[in-house]
Design a binder for this molecule. Sequence first.
Ligand SMILES: Cc1cc2nc3c(=O)[nH]c(=O)nc-3n(C[C@H](O)[C@H](O)[C@H](O)COP(=O)(O)O)c2cc1C
Ligand SMILES: O=C(O)C(=O)c1ccccc1
Length: 359
Amino acid sequence: MNLFADLHDRAKELLEPAIHDYYAGGAADEFALADNENSFARLALLPRMLRGGPPPEPRVDLPGAPGAAPVLVAPTAFHRLAHPEGELATARAAAATGTVLISSMAATTAVDEVVAAAREVRSDAAVWFQLYLQPDPEVTARLVERAESAGCTALVVTVDSPVFGDHVRDRRNGFHDLPPGYEAANMRDLPGGPPGGTRDIEMSPEISWRHLEVLRATTALPVLLKGILHPDDAHLAVAQGVDGIIVSNHGGRQLDAAPAPIDVLPRITRAIGGTLPLLLDGGVRRGTDVVTALALGAEAVGIGRPVLWGLAADGEKGVREVLDRIGADVVRAMALCGVRGPDDLTANLVVPRGFGGLR
Ligand SMILES: Cc1cc2nc3c(=O)[nH]c(=O)nc-3n(C[C@H](O)[C@H](O)[C@H](O)COP(=O)(O)O)c2cc1C
Ligand SMILES: O=C(O)C(=O)c1ccccc1
């Protein structure tokens, strides 16, 4: 049970089973998928009382997104499979709530249309573009140009996908490609692709820090890396001069043996906390999860599947419901913990559940 259980139930009723499974599923045995939520459940918050502060107003300055809500929309593929308005509905709901939308390279709507929909609702809406570095740097460069001319204010480079994860449910359901009538619209008219058609998204183990360097030389946009889990990689990211890190195991869809992001966040914070903005996604389902992540060193978090459930259940209104619910729940959780501002979000707020008073 969580804050979005009703929307997930409704989405499950409405979606074709193979599409529901595509969204819900993880890699292999789904250990990482399960652990993402379970790891939050293994942590408790030790609240402070009678602190006499104003009502919490959680807002955060992120690269290309001043004054953003601390909960972002994580990039997820293929929103038109959830609702006919697809990414346009998601973009409008995110903009209306002051939420950063990380628009997926694998979207079924082109990024310029996504940004335009957000900016119609709110002229300063922040949309970041998520990107898989492509083996052909020309293809990557063209995608970056598209994101820049669309008006995206940061790039999120997903680094946890040298190959596709083994999505067992998709294999079982025979769900391998977008159904007819849908397209990965950002991949239209790219070098090496069919004329007038869309190019496949390539995932390649060849991709290295060198490709990232090339990318960073071609853009002035802030670049965040999504999918870092090892503290040594966090150090390398700092040395490269990136603008932020999203600690993530891709919602349990890539390496199934990967730890839950919330379990490695303290090590990453110890390694590089304070030098760059740290974000986290995976298993965030309630305000106390957000407070836990912020206390352990994240500036902000992303949510993936709950947005898809809201979108499938009720389009723009459903996504709005998801973002409003979690926003209000964050304020409630902070107030219940006696958090007055960012300075009160420290690691000593978090204890293991069932600690028996021994710590
Ligand atoms: C259906 C689905 C599609 C996704 N597509 C992408 C994608 O295109 N690019 C990407 O970087 N991450 C993608 N992700 C991973 C999310 O950005 C995020 O890391 C994850 O969903 C967070 O976990 P949560 O769903 O538990 O909130 C996808 C996740 C799901 C569930
Ligand atoms: O499904 C995913 O998790 C994902 O990241 C993806 C990547 C490329 C195309 C479609 C989905």
